[in-house]
Write a protein that binds this ligand. Structure first.
Ligand SMILES: NC(=O)c1ccc[n+]([C@@H]2O[C@H](COP(=O)([O-])OP(=O)(O)OC[C@H]3O[C@@H](n4cnc5c(N)ncnc54)[C@H](OP(=O)(O)O)[C@@H]3O)[C@@H](O)[C@H]2O)c1
Length: 294
């Protein structure tokens, strides 16, 4: 039998969006497998409930730290990165999983459109801030939750309208602008991962992203009654959070990542994303433009 050279047992793992859905299911499985977890959460009560849920499945000795941050605020991300930097001895795996979709055009305190801020710029910034710590660990991993929904951004990233105003001109729920915008952020996750893979060559750190499939979670519950109704219909065709988290857990706990950094996965297989997601020139441009938004 082939032996694994990497296991998540005893590894220091930071995860965002672990208070619900895919992130919570992944955190439970990682805790069961002996990871030392740090959950980044915005809601203290939900964070407490998550710690209790993790200990309920992994035992009272499970190691879980809570870090507080709101992914809509760049200051909050800077603050939490500093706390992690100072309080954790090392960092082996960073999981950028928190995500949302905003049907209304809203901007953050930094003047960034919300869906872009939470889904793309937050992982971009958090990864950059924690990179030294990941590099120090020798063979760190960065895993980002992307989506098949990246294909909704049929024309790629709107570089002439990075704050997405055009997307919100005709907001309606099924095929409207906010969906395109969401797709754009998930496309950005894949392009960011590909560019990260290129930039990390020779550092020992690797990057991957994955499509969890259509998963029954709390996603899109804050966008009014019609969105909730749509999601409840979609739930009938959805996977469980545990199934949705399977590839994430596998990426955190298998040898695979060191083999193919920068790749996109589904169901524990490397898959090919849209043509836009594979364009290195656009990925480099996205990286540079994202830096200008910080
Ligand atoms: N569900 C699907 O079918 C599906 C498909 C493809 C990809 N995805 C992706 O999967 C990821 C997880 O989503 P999910 O489906 O599990 O949805 P979910 O149940 O709504 O979970 C989202 C998580 O992100 C956190 N979060 C959202 N905004 C945040 C903020 N501003 N600051 C800090 N944390 C924040 C939430 O925290 P609170 O608990 O405080 O709200 C929650 O823990 C997302 O990136 C999503 O795009 C989902």
């Amino acid at each position: 039998m082939e032996t694994k050279s990497w296991s998540v047992k005893g590894k220091y793992v930071i995860i965002t969006g672990a208070t619900s859905g895919i992130g919570l299911a992944a955190a439970k499985e990682l805790a069961k497998r002996g990871a030392i977890l740090g959950i980044i959460a915005r809601n203290p009560a939900k964070a407490e409930a998550t710690v209790a849920a993790l200990k309920a499945v992994a035992g009272d000795d499970a190691k879980v730290d809570v870090f507080h941050a709101d992914m809509t605020s760049q200051q909050s991300i800077h603050d939490v990165a500093k706390v992690i930097e100072n309080s954790w001895p090392r960092l082996d795996v960073l999981i950028n999983n928190a995500g949302a979709m905003f049907v209304k055009y809203l901007t953050t305190e930094d003047g960034i459109e919300m869906t872009w801020a939470v889904n793309h710029l937050a992982p971009f910034l958090l990864t950059k801030l924690l990179m030294n710590k990941l590099e120090e660990s020798g063979n760190g991993r960065i895993i980002t939750t992307a989506s098949h929904g990246h294909k909704m951004a049929r024309n790629g990233i709107g570089f002439d309208d990075l704050n997405g105003r055009k997307n919100y001109r005709f907001p309606h729920l099924l095929m409207g602008g906010p969906n395109y915008r969401y797709g754009e952020t998930k496309l950005a996750n894949i392009m960011f991962t590909a560019e990260l893979g290129r930039r990390l060559e020779g550092t020992g750190v690797s990057a991957a992203c994955f499509d969890p499939g259509l998963v029954a979670t709390n996603f899109n519950q804050d966008n009014g009654a019609l969105a909730r109704m749509t999601m409840s219909v979609m739930k009938r065709f959805s996977r469980t959070p545990e199934k949705g988290a399977e590839t994430l857990v596998w990426l955190a706990d298998s040898d695979e990542m060191s083999l193919s950094s920068g790749s996109y996965y589904k169901d524990m297989q490397r898959i090919v994303p849209s043509n836009q997601a594979q364009a290195p020139v656009a990925a480099k441009r996205l990286w540079e433009m994202s830096e200008n938004q910080l």
